[in-house]
Design a protein around this ligand. Sequence first.
Ligand code: FRU
Length: 488
Amino acid sequence: MAKEKLKQARTYVEEESRKIPAEQKPEYHMSVPVGWLNDPNGLSMYKRDYHMFYQFNPYDTKWNTIHWGHVKSKDLVRWEYLPAAMAPDSEFDSFGVFSGSAVEDKGRHILLYTGGVKETLPDGTETALSYQCIAIGDGMEYEKVSDNPVITADMLPEGCSHEQFRDPKIWKEGDTYYAVLGNQYEDGGQAVLFSSENLSDWKFRTILDRSENKYGTMWECPDFFKIGETHVLMVSPQNMSEEGLEFHDGNGTVFLLGSYDKDTMQFQRKCAHAVDYGLNFYAPQTMETADGRRVMIAWMQLWEYSLEEDGCRWLGMMTFPRELTVRENRVYQNPAREIERYYQEPVFYKHVKVNGHQELEGISGRVLDMTVDVEAGEYHSFEIRIAQDQKNYTSICYNRKESVLTFSREHSGRPIDWAQIRSMYVQRQDGKVRLRILMDQYSVEIFANDGEQAMSSLIYTRPEAQGISFWAEGTVFINIKKAAVVIR
Ligand code: FRU
């Protein structure tokens, strides 16, 4: 029985994914073969390949019967679909194989994940119990171990929620394995640390940090890593409260930066900022590449803002992988450099004057990487319109006086009544602003000032809308570097 569910999913995916035309999918963003995708899981290097798993319902474009989908890549750009790795088929994950992580260890690929089990309480209400489980594999086939669950909620100190306890992120230091997990306390979300010497016996160690009624009610998908001298705890809180342009209501993502004392296992938070300021970004996870880069990938959607195309057989994609660095108490994000290998037809412009409306020869398309440098000048606002046709466009507009960049898909051609606009502060440097825009069939990722801020959102404008134009209130001079990104 155990293997039956997985076999069934694999056969279904093999047959049904073939029916989806490649042109319907993003070009260079990893997307689900068929069905539904949410969080990236198990991002890791294994035998010199990059592996990524993901929350996966093969059978529908809605969240349900969560499996682990599986892809691998040599360069973080082209992903090869592999057979699904796990199905919800064991006693400790019958409601779903929820989020988790992976690590390579002595030639084995170790997965640590949350198993969900549905339970009906004596009063008739339903609840999901969480068990932290291990599966071990060879990059293709994974076996859930017999001593699961390896971490249970009764190992948590008093006051910690037993229901809200999930999404372990594992790493190894010396001979010790560590895992940080999302949990809940009376004042909101928290990140708890466990350790083990043998993967079977785990011990609660400490609470790394908690919301204290400021950063949401529950922390999902935590990750904990070091960049240079800074320790970063990254979390995806539920039910955040709006705070100016920094945080918006609902699910969010937060970088908590600080220092960490390994001996006492105490994390001292210094500051916090949003991971991404866009409309569709959640549950990011990171890994370290062989050459020492910290790379992050997120689910390019959000529970609240699912874009479902009528009749579409697939729903869900990831952000393009981003390299993280730290500068002056901020985590900078830039697209993984491997993208440059896939550039075609580069176009350059220098010192172009924009006053009112401007279109430029060679500057159009939907699948591209484009950097626009806005030089110092006296202007009120500068706008880039993308995915444009006679009727629709998506707007990226910089208001100079307020130092605010606003993304709007209000005119992008999908009349759905939910959030369409997000704004973030972007300071000028020597009077200049740099905007790098990664576009694919359905998505726009904006990186401001060499990665100081990022903003990711989906758009579902018809693919024929290829126009790009520039608008200035006042006069600006811009430099442009643009290339198509082609991987198929
Ligand atoms: C985050 C999340 C995780 C959970 C998974 C279930 O988006 O809610 O906390 O493990 O999705 O699919």
